[in-house]
Design a binder for this molecule. Structure first.
Ligand SMILES: *[C@@H]1O[C@H](CO)[C@@H](O)[C@H](O)[C@H]1NC(C)=O
Length: 286
């Protein structure tokens, strides 16, 4: 009799349970348990609708870790500094993931006729990305207080660039022969021109890369870990994590021709890097 009652109760509980919230089911289960009735299976009801899969966790750091780079002075005049471990592996993974979907054929600002001189892909990286913010603030700290004037000059955005087999950037300078007007300043009628006072070129990735060195024909630095003498200048190997910093403008504000450099052709694999071009502004509205 008791067995039949239990079975009935269980059947009822299961039937009723299908229509009630889990809290009620738990109460029924507990009540049955109190009366010595063990359910042979848990009472359950259909759960909430399946959620769309959550995006995979990214490597984006939530805060900017203290830097772990070391530096070597390559040339005093023009100033060129070799930086080891400017970025961490996790930061590089994050930056590449952010930049890859944004890549487009690289423009040459103000010189479309030179398109053959540069063949690569590039993308400005979003300033509000945590890793980008981190790298820009690390770059700003590296520059120190005197290169940019607070309230007037800007770090600018970080720009990712990728060279695949056959791509290159012929000898060029990063500074402009004539200071430039930002599109937004032009649109707003703001009389303010800028030039790229310095460059931080940080290698993010050099997968199976052959060639693709960054060559400074007017800088002599002999041989070193990461660079070699080449045709009277110095060629720096693409080493992920490492960066080059140089100053583009002379104290007078005009461009330093000795900072000319090339991205030598990538013979195989690919190279991904980051450019940061701090800007100094000139003109009445600067
Ligand atoms: C650079 O970082 C790597 C780990 O990512 C480490 O093994 C290496 O010793 C570091 N190099 C220098 C010069 O700090």
């Amino acid at each position: 009799m008791a067995g039949r009652l239990s079975l009935l109760t269980i059947s009822l509980a299961v039937a009723v349970g299908a229509y009630f919230r889990p809290a009620i089911l738990d109460q029924i289960t507990a009540a049955l348990h109190q009366h010595g009735v063990q359910l042979p299976f848990p009472i359950s009801q259909p759960g909430p609708p399946p959620q769309p899969p959550s995006p995979p966790p990214t490597d984006t750091p939530t805060s900017c870790p203290p830097h772990a780079y070391t530096t070597q002075l390559i040339s005093l005049d023009p100033l060129l500094i070799y930086i080891t471990n400017f970025t961490t592996p996790a930061e590089r993974t994050s930056l590449i993931a952010t930049g890859l979907p944004l890549l487009e054929p690289s423009p040459i600002i103000g010189a479309p006729h030179l398109a053959q001189a540069r063949t690569s892909w590039s993308a400005p990286l979003p300033d509000d990305d945590a890793t980008v913010t981190c790298i820009l603030s690390r770059a700003a700290a590296f520059l120190g207080p005197s290169l940019l004037t607070l309230g007037r000059d800007e770090m600018g955005s970080a720009q990712m660039v990728r060279y695949t087999a056959g791509q290159k950037f012929d000898v060029h300078t990063d500074w402009f022969a004539r200071p430039r007007l930002l599109d937004e300043d032009g649109a707003a009628g703001r009389r303010r021109l800028y030039n790229r006072v310095a460059t931080i070129f940080a290698v993010l990735e050099a997968d199976g890369v052959e060639g693709g060195e960054t060559w400074f024909p007017h800088v002599q630095a002999g041989e070193g870990e990461g660079w070699r003498a080449l045709e009277g200048g110095t060629a720096f190997r693409a080493v992920p994590g490492n960066a080059l910093f140089w100053v583009n403008l002379l104290a007078s504000g005009t461009g330093d021709a000795r900072t000319a450099h090339a991205g030598l052709p990538v013979e195989g694999g690919f190279k991904t890097a980051l450019n940061i071009w701090p800007r100094v502004f000139f003109g009445p509205d600067a």
